[in-house]
Write a new protein. Structure first.
Length: 250
């Protein structure tokens, strides 16, 4: 599981070697060169894919001093100590400085952790780091970048609807995830987040999602931006109802 955090001054810590790529600077300690090269290859691939997935291809480029930074700790213990994270965390994104911190053996490093964290940073940079949005939207965009989670989310949500365990978006927005949150709630939160973002981007149209993000960037609240872009939605409850209909007809 990945988390968001405020930035820390990682560059000031000693012992990091540096590998520079087009859109990234990769910092590492004892990771082998071929692994560092693979990180570069996959990070560049995901950078391209994510901007295309979300329709952000015209936004400012990550080059020169705008490059993102990826820190590769040696192992889980090194990661937890360096990032000051809980034991269940596999990666952390320091959003405003465009930094990702993780370790090679992190579960699903290339398929999950890396695209997820990049999704957070690219999305937040586009809408504004200080924009106030529901956590489910933030996490849903990041989950949308994980192919396995993207395709499996609808199945989990439809099962929850059938078993009367579904959490409406208005209630989902009130959930705050921490180490005390029950595992089944955490799983459903992420599945619903991924599912509704997939619905918004693919079924309702990528161009509308980009417009929604631009409205949020201008300072509009999420619901105000929703009403301005999706004219048939007066509030988040309308989005919720139409998303459920989409799932029922899928």
């Amino acid at each position: 599981m990945c988390v968001l955090s405020l930035s820390r001054n990682l560059c000031a810590q000693e012992g990091w070697k540096q590998h520079q790529a087009e859109h990234f600077i990769i910092y590492y300690k004892n990771a082998p060169a071929d692994f560092v090269g693979t990180v570069e290859e996959m990070a560049e691939l995901y950078y391209k894919e994510i901007t295309e997935n979300l329709g952000f291809t015209r936004y400012k480029n990550w080059t020169f001093d705008r490059r993102a930074k990826v820190y590769i700790c040696d192992d889980k213990e090194d990661y937890i100590q360096t990032a000051v994270q809980a034991g269940w965390s596999h990666g952390v994104a320091f959003l405003q400085k465009k930094e990702i911190l993780t370790y090679p053996a992190a579960h699903g490093f290339f398929d999950s952790t890396l695209p997820h964290e990049l999704g957070h940073i690219i999305f937040r940079e586009f809408i504004g780091f200080n924009s106030q949005i529901p956590l489910w939207l933030d996490e849903g965009v990041a989950m949308f970048q994980e192919k396995a989670k993207r395709w499996g989310a609808n199945k989990i949500v439809k099962k929850a609807i059938k078993e009367n365990k579904f959490i409406p978006l208005a209630e989902l927005a009130k959930i705050r995830l921490d180490r005390n949150t029950p595992e089944d709630i955490v799983e459903l939160f992420y599945a619903e987040s991924a599912s509704v973002v997939y619905y918004m981007v693919t079924d309702l149209g990528q161009h509308r999602f980009v417009r929604l993000c631009r409205e949020i960037n201008k300072g509009e609240s999420f619901e105000a931006a929703l009403r301005a872009v999706y004219l048939r939605f007066k509030n988040v409850d309308d989005l919720n109802r139409n998303w459920i209909k989409y799932l029922e007809n899928e």
